[in-house]
Design a protein around this ligand. Structure first.
Ligand code: FES
Length: 106
């Protein structure tokens, strides 16, 4: 099972284990990581699963599709390492992935 490390807005680091095939958003929501609202349930239609990927991990992610890119334009404080976590499918190659939770509203 891939292990993910989330850094929440309160500065707390949360480590979670998630089954391969799940998304990073599901890993966060299933484990109570704060700040990942995921209002659309993973349909790439809300941008409230926005996170910042640690630079070293960016090359290991699949490139983003047009829809994710467009949705990220609606996210708060988009950065070069921004991704929507519902679009990141977990596999063994992402074991140890580090993500900082972005400002996702309430
Ligand atoms: S959960 Fe809505 S865009 Fe990711």
């Amino acid at each position: 099972m891939p292990r993910l490390i989330f850094r929440q807005a309160d500065g707390r680091k949360v480590e979670v284990l998630a089954p391969a095939g799940n998304t990073a958003m599901e890993a966060a929501v299933d484990n109570g990581v704060t700040g990942i609202l995921a209002e659309c349930g993973g349909a790439c239609a809300c941008a409230t699963c926005h996170g910042y990927i640690a630079e070293a991990w960016l090359p290991r992610l699949k490139p983003m599709e047009e829809m994710e890119d467009a949705m990220l334009d609606a996210a708060i404080d988009r950065r070069t390492n921004s991704r929507l976590l519902c679009q990141i499918e977990l596999g063994p190659e992402l074991d140890g992935l580090e993500i900082t939770v972005a400002e996702n509203g309430a």
